[in-house]
Design a protein around this ligand. Structure first.
Ligand SMILES: Nc1ncnc2c1ncn2[C@@H]1O[C@H](COP(=O)(O)OP(=O)(O)O)[C@@H](O)[C@H]1O
Ligand SMILES: [Mg+2]
Length: 242
């Protein structure tokens, strides 16, 4: 079992879209039993798969009042399940602070590991209890970043903030998340970080939120679908090297 966190201190950088598409790659391309765990109260991951919880109990799972496996719901895809977010996550940081168990998320993920081979965490754009718990639970952290000449600097800042909040942390992998090679500055960002995986800026990716399907389903030959597939392969390779 491996836990892959999609994380950034920033919002709107493509975390949820990346998490949803990677979860689909894991379940469909790698044929892994996969759980997408939505930790962001905004609930974007559930929206992208067009599934919603019957009962709001996301924070009850973390309080251990509800068994995590009981809160998991199926998606339209084989091997792919969702642990959805809901409004109860609004108080998540306070709840985790009050519980005082530093490895609560890691422990629950460990239990879920009896059922799932890959757990993908869609994280809220925040530093605090939740990010600290994510650092303790994850085997690898993916940081999506829109390309700019300052991408490397903004990646360093995210790493610095992670380090400030977590003494130990898993390997952190940057991804250029909305790259448009027609733009000069985007090309420069690509050239400055040639080894970073890229996801193209693409209307096909935007369509995910309209069709409520991952790109691999409705545009399998698109550069975006290839980008997510290659990123997933890079993650599996990283996990194998740990
Ligand atoms: N590669 C991409 N190309 C085009 N639009 C994208 C891409 N990735 C994300 N988006 C769009 O950017 C917005 C923010 O993405 P989202 O995944 O919700 O970010 P976050 O979870 O970091 O807040 C959404 O409208 C999404 O459709
Ligand atoms: Mg999000």
């Amino acid at each position: 079992m491996a836990v892959i966190a999609i994380y950034s201190v920033k919002g709107g950088v493509g975390k949820t879209t990346t998490a949803a598409n990677l979860a689909w790659c894991s379940a469909t391309i790698s044929c892994r039993k996969t759980l997408l765990w939505d930790l962001d109260v905004a609930g974007g991951a559930g929206f992208l798969f067009d599934v919603a919880p019957d009962h709001p109990r996301a924070s009850l799972v973390l309080k251990r009042d509800v068994k995590a496996t009981d809160a998991v719901i199926a998606t339209a895809y084989d091997r792919l399940s969702l642990l959805p977010a809901d409004d109860t996550l609004r108080e998540l940081d306070t709840v985790l602070g009050r519980i005082g168990k530093r490895k609560r998320l890691a422990r629950i993920a460990g239990k879920l590991g009896r059922t799932f081979e890959r757990i993908i965490l869609d994280c809220p754009p925040a530093l605090g209890q939740i990010s600290a718990q994510v650092m303790r639970a994850a085997d690898v952290i993916i940081v999506p970043m829109p390309p700019s000449p300052l991408s490397a600097r903004s990646f360093d800042l995210v790493v610095k903030e992670i380090k400030a909040h977590a003494k130990q942390h898993p390997p952190i992998l940057p991804v250029l998340s909305m790259i448009d090679m027609r733009r000069n500055l985007h090309r420069q960002a690509r050239e400055a970080n040639p080894e970073w995986p890229v996801i193209p800026l693409s209307s096909v990716v935007e369509q995910c939120a309209v069709r409520r399907e991952p790109v691999g389903v409705f545009a399998p030959g698109s550069p975006a679908a290839r980008g997510y597939g290659q990123l997933w392969t890079a993650i599996e390779r990283k996990l194998a090297s740990l």
